[in-house]
Design a protein around this ligand. Structure first.
Ligand SMILES: [Zn+2]
Length: 216
């Protein structure tokens, strides 16, 4: 919605939606910070407002100490707003290409950075046999095989976004991917689901890392 030309009622509705999204993002930031998943000022979080607009965190702030002033509105079809993270295009891409996505969480946890770095050459991490797989999307059984794609880290974010886009087009069931030595992107239809997917993936990656250590 163009808030400059919209009616006062439409503007009030848009600002209430942004306030509600900001509340969820601030809460998710505290939650992830307590889990040590967004160290220093790393990570970024976003939530859809409507078909064309999302709320996203400002760059350079501790995600455990976010306030409403750190949440920016972004048009998913326009360049990222000034002050947003260099990685904002990766969020906008998910909202553009997957209309069902309601929230995206990006973490820099130890396990996501480490395991993605160790398995970068494989191009993906294969998870199977864990009961917690049932926490991911529509997965119904621990016997399912879930592949978490791993992309090489790249400071050229548009180029990285193109790689992600091509891979996710082949994996419509995906709820997350890793960037090697960097971290995890996870999403869901709502903030609640995005949080569940993030926690489940972080645990599953930890299981996998421990398995590698034990079976070495
Ligand atoms: Zn990052």
């Amino acid at each position: 919605m163009n808030t400059l030309t919209a009616s006062p009622l439409a503007r009030a509705t848009a600002s209430a939606a942004l306030a509600e999204a900001a509340r969820e993002i601030v809460e998710a930031g505290r939650f992830l910070s307590l889990r040590d998943a967004v160290p220093a000022t790393s990570g970024n979080l976003s939530r859809r407002l409507d078909a064309r607009t999302v709320a996203v965190t400002r760059s350079g702030v501790d995600k455990g100490e976010l306030t409403d002033a750190d949440i920016l509105a972004a048009d998913i079809h326009a360049p990222p707003p000034p002050g947003s993270s260099a990685e904002t295009p990766l969020h906008l891409q998910l909202y553009r290409e997957l209309p069902g996505v309601g929230a995206v969480l990006h973490t820099h946890s130890i396990v996501s950075a480490l395991l993605s770095s160790l398995l970068e050459a494989e191009g993906g991490i294969v998870l199977r046999g864990f009961e917690l797989l049932k926490a991911l999307g529509d997965t119904r059984t621990h016997e399912a095989t879930v592949v978490i794609p791993v992309f090489p880290n790249d400071q050229d974010v548009p180029r990285l976004a193109e790689r992600v886009s091509a891979e996710l087009a082949r994996r419509p069931e995906a709820v997350g991917y890793l960037i090697a030595g960097h971290g995890l992107y996870a999403w869901g239809r709502s903030m609640r689901e995005a949080r569940r997917h993030t926690v489940a993936l972080e645990h599953l990656l930890t299981y996998e890392l421990e398995k590698m250590r034990i079976c070495r």
